[in-house]
Design a protein around this ligand. Structure first.
Ligand SMILES: [Zn+2]
Length: 197
């Protein structure tokens, strides 16, 4: 049986580990790297190393940043009295694209999911509560999965006694959907017509 040279096989396997990449695509990507110039291949490999070395989470909101505090937290022109709570940092980019929101964010780092062994203490919930002084509104913008819904309810029960206004994205975001797959227009509308929780 024919087997690929070890180094090539190895690269194919690494590509296959990436989300959404099947066998055929992994092979195509590996061959692309093989056919590229040594400089291109080095630039590619270095980009992977640099992202691991230089990107970490904002001390305040857990967004990606190269500094201690992310550019959103640092921006004093943003509304400091609004915090939009999202599941992961990629959701921030989605909401930013809508241009409908100019407050701050807080990345939970997931949702409560007993089946996966993820409890409230595994998320950045304590840090969220610590940020609520002087905050008027918390917008819950979690994915509308069962776990996202349960986490929103958990958070609103926790925060309501603190006297902060809690809102959530308006319906229009299909149930069970990931914010990542909702178009900007729909997300922008859902944000604009958000409802009290
Ligand atoms: Zn931040």
């Amino acid at each position: 049986m024919y087997t690929l040279p070890h180094a090539l096989q190895n690269l194919v396997e690494e590509f296959r580990r990436l989300p959404g990449i099947g066998k055929k695509t992994a092979m195509r990507l590996a061959l692309h790297v093989l056919h590229s110039s040594p400089e291109e291949a080095t630039t590619f490999a270095e980009a992977i190393l640099h992202v691991k070395e230089n990107i970490h989470l904002c001390r305040n909101c857990f967004n990606f940043t190269e500094k201690e505090i992310c550019s959103i937290c640092e921006d004093r022109n943003r509304n400091q009295r609004q915090i939009c709570v999202v599941e992961d940092a990629s959701n921030i980019m989605m909401i930013e694209k809508t241009n409908e929101y100019h407050g701050l964010y807080h990345v939970l780092g997931g949702v409560i999911s007993p089946l996966d062994g993820i409890g409230p203490e595994d998320l950045h919930i304590k840090e969220l509560l610590e940020r609520l002084e002087n905050v008027e509104e918390v917008i819950l913008a979690l994915n509308s999965s069962t776990e996202g819904e349960a986490t929103s309810i958990y958070l609103s029960r926790l925060m309501k006694p603190l006297g902060v206004k809690i809102t959530r994205l308006a319906r229009g975001i299909p149930l069970g959907s990931n914010l990542e797959f909702v178009d900007e227009l729909t997300l922008g509308k859902a944000l604009k017509s958000r409802k009290s929780f």
